[in-house]
Design a protein around this ligand. Structure first.
Ligand SMILES: [Mn+2]
Length: 340
């Protein structure tokens, strides 16, 4: 047996696995909480853990403050996801993919008294995690909470079926962007291999999440890219969308998701700016993507007089100006910033 596969079975401190099982064993009704604004990892983890615990006779209720994104509708058990919980109806809460109860949104706000006193098992991989349970399985080297759940399932000797494997592989694939992010480790692939052996088929996940999009969205992206302008020898790129653009594509506003990312990925681009104005022509939103040394959050905050922010690589801002004026203002500033 290779060293890696030997160690896959001993990644979590054995005492922690025991403490978690001591919470799970006597519990009959278990709530599995996914954080608000859900993603593939928190939903996949909640459903995956439900399938596992259902196999050992537990009644499981997965819950999330917000509805799951439409592209996760292929997940087995997604129809069991609740948007609320019954106070006192559970003898264990398993809080997934977040280390603070506040991250569970209105599930926490509306059931604070119950949750503040509930038995909680917390499983998470975020650096910011404090642990919100009596038992906290937190490993910031895990690429996904789903990866950690598989390690736990293995060490605790819990069963795994194909439905659980598909949900957990979804968590792993979405949090690593198909194993592209630097958070991906040899262990992530070992866990993925284990899930494939249990019957999960990657195609089932990758197709709805990364390949399929409505024709209207493809048309919208095509129009925005065709209208893009460049400057600074192609280091700066920008484009716009208005109600007229949406109409031309037959698209709806949320279909412009990640348009600035598409522009950022063009060869030679260091800064990509996407301007949009829908509904009110006097309000324009900017979505900015920057490569180092440019700081998207700092630029957005400064140009919008505080109506913006985000991360160094990706940020946004709102301007109370028409789209042409906003574009002229921001592009001039970006050119100054980029010295071209
Ligand atoms: Mn995650």
């Amino acid at each position: 047996m290779s060293e890696e596969s030997r160690t896959l079975n001993s990644q979590i401190a054995p005492s922690l696995v025991q403490q978690a099982m001591a919470l799970i064993q006597p519990a009959q009704r278990i709530a599995l909480l996914a954080h608000e604004s859900p993603d593939g990892d928190c939903i996949g983890s909640a459903l995956g853990m439900s399938h596992i615990l259902h196999l050992v006779g537990k009644q499981c209720i997965p819950a999330c403050a917000d509805a799951a994104p439409q592209n996760l509708s292929f997940l087995p058990g997604i129809e069991t996801l609740q948007q609320t919980i019954d106070d006192g109806a559970f003898d264990l809460v398993i809080a997934l993919d977040a280390g603070e109860l506040r991250r569970f949104g209105h599930l926490y706000e509306e059931h604070q008294a119950f949750l503040d006193n509930a038995q909680i098992l917390n499983i998470d991989h975020h650096i910011s995690s404090n642990g919100c349970g009596q038992v906290n399985i937190i490993d910031t080297t895990a690429a996904a909470t789903a990866e950690l759940i598989v390690l736990f399932q293995q060490q605790a000797g819990l069963p795994l079926n194909r439905d659980a494997a598909l949900c957990l592989l979804t968590g792993l694939i979405t949090d690593t962007h198909s194993f592209q992010f630097t958070s991906t480790t040899p262990r992530s692939f070992e866990v993925a291999a284990l899930l494939l052996r249990a019957g999960a088929i990657p195609e089932t996940i990758v197709q709805p999440i990364y390949r399929t999009r409505p024709l209207a969205q493809a048309r919208l992206q095509a129009i925005i890219l065709a209208n893009a302008q460049t400057s600074c020898d192609g280091r700066l790129i920008w484009s716009q969308a208005t109600d007229a653009t949406l109409t031309a594509a037959g698209a709806i506003p949320e279909m412009d998701d990640n348009t600035s990312g598409l522009m950022r990925d063009i060869e030679g681009v260091q800064v990509a700016a996407f301007f949009k104005s829908y509904g009110d022509p006097d309000i324009t939103r900017l979505s900015l993507r920057c490569a180092a040394p440019y700081n998207a959050a700092e630029i957005c905050l400064r140009l919008s007089n505080g109506l913006g922010g985000g991360h160094a690589r990706a940020a946004g801002a709102t301007f109370h100006l028409p789209i042409e004026e906003t574009t002229a203002l921001v592009v001039a500033e970006l050119k100054k910033e980029m010295r071209c």
